[in-house]
Design a protein around this ligand. Structure first.
Ligand SMILES: O=c1ccn([C@@H]2O[C@H](COP(=O)(O)O)[C@@H](O)[C@H]2O)c(=O)[nH]1
Length: 279
C-alpha cells in the first residue's frame, strides 16, 4: 500500500492542531532546572514528561538527537521510546539529526531514520545539503517510499550560517537559493504540500530568498534565540502559511509542570495563528 505522504499528513496536523513544533532538547541545564540529575534516568524522566504533556496536542515534536547521543546507547534507547510514544499519541516526529554525507553513507542514514522497520523511524528528519543536494538522493528516495519527510537546511537561525549559505554559487544564485530551488523541484505537483521541507531561521529578518518551494518551512529560533511569532510574516512573507515555527527552550523552561508546558505551547500556538492571520 502506498503510504500517505508526509506533506499531506503535516498539512492536516497543522490545520487541526496548529502549526507549532516543540523541540525536545534535554540540555544539562534544563535537567538541573527541573530538579533532575544529568544522567540517563533524568533524561528519561524529562523526555517522558514532555511527550506526555504535548504529544496529544502539538503538530510536531522534534527531538534533538545530540542530547540523547551524549548518553550513548542508553540515551538512544530513551530516544527510540520517545519516538514510538509520541507517534502513538498522534504527534508527527521530526528527528533533528542534521545528517549529511556522501551518497553511499547517506543511504545508511536513510535506513536509520526513514525505513519503517528501523527502531528510530521518524516521520521526518533534518539533513544538511552542503555536500551537494544530490548527495541527499538516498534520503529523498527512502522518504517517498515510507511516506516520510526530509527537512533540508537552507538558511539556519545562527548568525554564522550566512558565510556559507549566502555565498554565491557558480551560477550567481546564493547557495541557500540553489538548495531551495532543488527543494521546489522535488515538491513540484504535490498537493496539498510537498514532503521536502526547508529549514529557515525565524531570526533572519527578511529571508531575502524565494521560499515558494511548495513544502513546509521549519522555522527554529523563536524563544531562546530571540525571535517571536510576530517576526514570522516579515521573514516568510507570502510563504508564512507553510511555516512550522519551532521552539525548544522557550517551552521546555516552563517544565516540569505539565500544565506549564501545555500553557506555553498553547500561548505560542495562539500567537503564531494571530501573526499569520494578521499579515
Ligand atoms: O537553523 C537551525 C536549525 C536547527 N536548530 C535546532 O532547533 C533547536 C532550537 O532550540 P531553542 O532552544 O528553541 O533555541 C535546537 O535543537 C537547534 O539545534 C536551530 O536552532 N537552528
Amino acid at each position: 500500500m502506498i503510504p500517505e505522504p508526509f506533506g499531506a499528513r503535516l498539512r492536516h496536523a497543522m490545520d487541526t492542531r496548529g502549526p507549532l513544533c516543540v523541540g525536545i532538547d534535554p540540555h544539562a541545564s534544563l535537567l538541573t532546572a527541573w530538579g533532575l540529575n544529568d544522567d540517563v534516568a533524568g533524561l528519561e524522566h524529562f523526555t517522558r514528561t514532555v511527550v506526555e504533556a504535548l504529544a496529544d496536542r502539538v503538530a510536531v515534536l522534534k527531538p534533538q538527537s545530540a542530547f540523547f547521543e551524549r548518553f550513548g546507547s542508553r540515551g538512544i534507547a530513551v530516544l527510540e521510546k520517545a519516538v514510538e510514544e509520541a507517534r502513538a499519541a498522534g504527534a508527527l516526529v521530526l528527528m533533528d539529526a542534521k545528517r549529511g554525507d556522501i551518497g553511499s553513507t547517506m543511504g545508511a542514514y536513510a535506513a536509520t531514520y526513514l525505513d519503517k522497520d528501523s527502531p528510530l523511524f521518524s516521520d521526518a528528519v533534518t539533513v544538511s545539503p552542503y555536500l551537494g543536494f544530490g548527495s541527499l538522493r538516498p534520503a529523498l528516495d527512502a522518504a517517498v517510499l515510507s511516506g516520510a519527510g526530509v527537512f533540508v537546511l537552507a538558511l539556519t537561525s545562527n548568525p554564522e550560517g550566512a558565510e556559507v549559505q549566502r555565498a554565491t554559487a557558480t551560477d550567481g544564485r546564493s547557495l541557500a537559493q540553489l538548495m531551495l530551488d532543488h527543494m521546489a523541484a522535488e515538491n513540484e505537483g504535490a498537493t496539498p504540500l510537498g514532503s521536502v521541507g526547508a529549514v529557515v531561521g525565524a531570526t533572519l529578518g527578511d529571508a531575502g530568498v524565494n521560499l515558494a518551494i511548495n513544502g513546509p518551512l521549519l522555522a527554529p529560533g523563536i524563544g531562546a534565540q530571540g525571535a517571536t511569532p510576530a517576526d514570522l510574516p516579515g521573514v516568510f512573507g507570502d510563504a508564512v502559511g507553510n511555516v512550522v515555527p519551532s521552539v525548544s527552550r522557550g517551552v521546555l523552561s516552563r517544565g516540569p509542570d505539565v500544565a506549564g508546558l501545555r500553557a506555553a505551547a498553547e500561548r505560542l500556538t495562539d500567537e503564531v495563528r494571530a501573526a499569520v492571520a494578521g499579515r
